[in-house]
Ligand binder design. Structure first.
Ligand SMILES: *[C@@H]1O[C@H](CO)[C@@H](O)[C@H](O)[C@H]1NC(C)=O
Ligand SMILES: *[C@@H]1O[C@H](CO)[C@@H](O)[C@H](O)[C@H]1NC(C)=O
Ligand SMILES: *[C@@H]1O[C@H](CO)[C@@H](O)[C@H](O)[C@H]1NC(C)=O
Ligand SMILES: *[C@@H]1O[C@H](CO)[C@@H](O)[C@H](O)[C@H]1NC(C)=O
Ligand SMILES: *[C@@H]1O[C@H](CO)[C@@H](O)[C@H](O)[C@H]1NC(C)=O
Length: 604
């Protein structure tokens, strides 16, 4: 790292630590290969992978201090924190910078690009002007940038442009104009973009796209028109885009697609129609199409016409968040052999219907059954889906889970149980997980995990195994955090010490809470303690009397119970349960299964 020398000298007088750093600074000066490197005060200058990088990110700038920079800089990054923005204009400030490969000027209130601002730019590959105030493009803005490959103008205020504003950019492959204010595209807007492959126009209020204005885009492979208030696209548009592989029409106002609407897009593999106003998918809608991904989620689809998927091939089909009350298996028949991933979550379909849909899908590798209000699964639900690797059961109503249902899917890799109503997991439940040799991830966050011994101890013990823990905690968000009791809210369970975890609403936890409170608390607690002592004495007396009668049963019971010892064992079984300890004196500690809070809101 090459820091500005003058500022280093200042620091030198201040601290011995800096003196110790000197050899390293010389070293890095040598690595940069230029002992006389300049660096503006408010910037940092690095050499990374043999490229000289200047970063100015403190904010409050009104000009880019190019006069204080080495002219052989390759990457320039100018940005600002939100609370201290830059107010920059550009102008022809890079005339001496022949080696610049990347320029990033973002969050800087740049009002316009300016005539030949990046001249000569003969090595410029990436120009990123995201998050500025550019409202207009001009014909000479990009003069000289014949090698530019990526131009990012997203999050500006662009609403007007002459035709062919990009005509210098004959080698551009990626152009983003996302989230600007374009209401219409001028004729020949994309003229001379002969190598453009990726175009993002999402988030512009376009409403209507005139086929005439897209006719220079023959080479493009991906096009996003997401969130553009579009109701229909003229079929000529599709004809002009014969190389399109990915089309994103998410979050528009489409309410209808004609049969074979996309037939001209012979190379189309990914089609996103999510978040529109579709309520039916007509026969032959996708005839002749081969999709890796077809997104129909977040519409208002009530049903498919029986032949909606006839003559099509679909690997991943997403119909989540619609209004289906039943899926007809005949509709899915044409794609049974190609379908690998299916998302039917957040509809109103019954368990019988889910079973019916799953039965013929022998090649299924992923299924999303999120948000279907499931609380139990039939044992044979997955018997014909033996290839399943990914199972999403998130945002349902599971309180416990019978892992027996997963017996047929021995190749399971990812199991998502997040957003359910688990307070804890039982030791037996967790022991089933060991059977899945390919299991990589178990998603358990967003459940009302209750950090009391009976609920959470088995899970904590299971997670002491590093391999198990890695499956749950891919990142911190995925980890398990206590939702209760109040004193432990938010704690990551793998950081809990055994002695911190209270028993399940038992007398001792009440005792502890009370002593933690006022002096009155102590008195009440003492009284409670005495009462318990008395009950204990009475119990012992009664116990002695009845002992002879129950003698033989007593022995059986003891054998059953030697799994854990002492208090722990009792806690693991949800307090002293009635079943194993049939004496009324002890039944005070069963956990309450009262009204459970909904741990999440379903997405709309
Ligand atoms: C940038 O402009 C805004 C408003 O025009 C102003 O409030 C701010 O102080 C200016 N910042 C700088 C660093 O000049
Ligand atoms: C840039 O645009 C933002 C949002 O429209 C506005 O608040 C800000 O004042 C503008 N800055 C300048 C320097 O015009
Ligand atoms: C154009 O870009 C490609 C990579 O997309 C690169 O290989 C080629 O050298 C560039 N041509 C020119 C003339 O810059
Ligand atoms: C099925 O799609 C192919 C194109 O892949 C097309 O040639 C054929 O006519 C279509 N068949 C029917 C019955 O529509
Ligand atoms: C289906 O779409 C929904 C919403 O658009 C998204 O959250 C979900 O991840 C998608 N499912 C798959 C399997 O891609």
């Amino acid at each position: 790292m090459v820091r500005k020398l003058s500022s280093l000298r200042r620091n030198l007088h201040c601290s011995m630590a800096t003196v110790i750093l000197w050899p390293f600074i010389f070293l890095s000066l040598f690595r940069a290969g230029h002992g006389h490197s300049k660096c503006p005060d408010i910037c940092t200058c690095d050499v990374l992978q043999n490229r000289k990088i200047v970063t100015c990110d403190q904010g409050g700038m009104t000009q880019i201090p190019t006069t204080d920079m080495d002219s052989d800089v390759q990457v320039l990054i100018v940005t600002a924190p939100l609370n201290n923005p830059n107010n920059l204009t550009i102008g022809r400030i890079f005339l001496n910078f022949h080696f610049l490969e990347e320029i990033h000027i973002t969050h800087s209130n740049v009002p316009a690009i300016g005539d030949s601002s990046f001249w000569p730019g003969n090595n410029l590959r990436v120009l990123n002007l995201r998050h500025n105030n550019i409202s207009q493009l001009h014909g000479t803005d990009f003069n000289g940038l014949t090698h530019l490959q990526v131009l990012d103008l997203s999050d500006n205020l662009i609403s007007a442009s002459p035709s062919a504003p990009f005509h210098f950019l004959s080698n551009l492959s990626t152009l983003s104009l996302a989230r600007n204010s374009l209401r219409r595209l001028v004729p020949r807007f994309f003229y001379m973009l002969e190598n453009l492959e990726h175009l993002d126009l999402s988030g512009n209020p376009l409403r209507n796209v005139d086929p005439e204005n897209l006719k220079d885009l023959r080479p493009i492979k991906t096009l996003s028109l997401a969130n553009c208030q579009i109701e229909r696209l003229h079929s000529l548009i599709y004809q002009q885009l014969p190389n399109l592989v990915e089309l994103d029409l998410r979050d528009n106002f489409f309410n209808y697609f004609a049969p074979e609407e996309f037939r001209h897009l012979k190379k189309l593999r990914m089609l996103y129609l999510d978040g529109n106003n579709l309520n039916v998918i007509v026969d032959m809608a996708f005839s002749g199409q081969v999709f890796d991904y077809l997104g129909l989620s977040r519409n208002e689809i009530v049903s498919f016409d029986v032949c909606a998927f006839c003559n099509s091939s679909i690997k991943t089909l997403n119909i989540s968040n619609n209004q289906f009350s039943a899926l007809m298996i005949d509709t899915l028949k044409p794609i049974i052999f190609t379908l690998q991933t299916l998302d039917i979550g957040f509809n109103r379909i019954s368990m019988e219907n889910i079973m019916e849909v799953l039965k013929p899908l022998h090649h299924l590798r992923g299924i999303s059954l999120g948000g279907l209000e499931l609380s139990a699964l039939p044992l044979d639900i997955f018997v014909s889906n033996r290839d399943l690797r990914y199972l999403d059961l998130s945002r349902n109503n599971f309180v416990s889970f019978n892992f027996e249902v997963l017996r047929p899917v021995s190749k399971l890799e990812i199991l998502d149980l997040s957003g359910n109503w688990f307070k804890g997991m039982k030791k037996e439940e967790l022991s089933h997980l060991a059977r899945f040799h390919y299991l990589k991830r178990v998603v358990l966050h967003s459940n009302p995990w209750t950090c009391e011994r009976c609920h959470i101890l088995p899970l904590i013990q299971w997670m002491t195994d590093a391999a198990s823990k890695a499956k749950v905690c891919k990142n911190d968000h995925g980890c398990i955090h206590c939702k209760r009791p109040g004193s432990l809210v938010g704690r990551d369970i793998s950081t809990l010490h055994s002695r911190e975890i209270p028993p399940c609403g038992g007398p001792f936890s009440q005792f502890r809470i009370l002593t933690a409170g006022s002096r009155l608390g102590i008195i009440v607690a003492t009284a409670v303690f005495i009462i318990f002592l008395l009950v204990g004495v009475i119990y012992v007396v009664l116990y002695r009397r009845q002992r002879a009668v129950y003698y033989t049963h007593e022995e059986e019971r003891c054998d059953d119970n030697i799994v854990y010892n002492g208090v722990l064992e009792a806690d693991l079984n949800g307090g002293f349960s009635e079943e194993k300890h049939p004496h009324p004196g002890f039944v005070a500690t069963i956990d309450t299964r009262g009204g459970k809070p909904k741990p999440h809101n379903n997405v709309t």
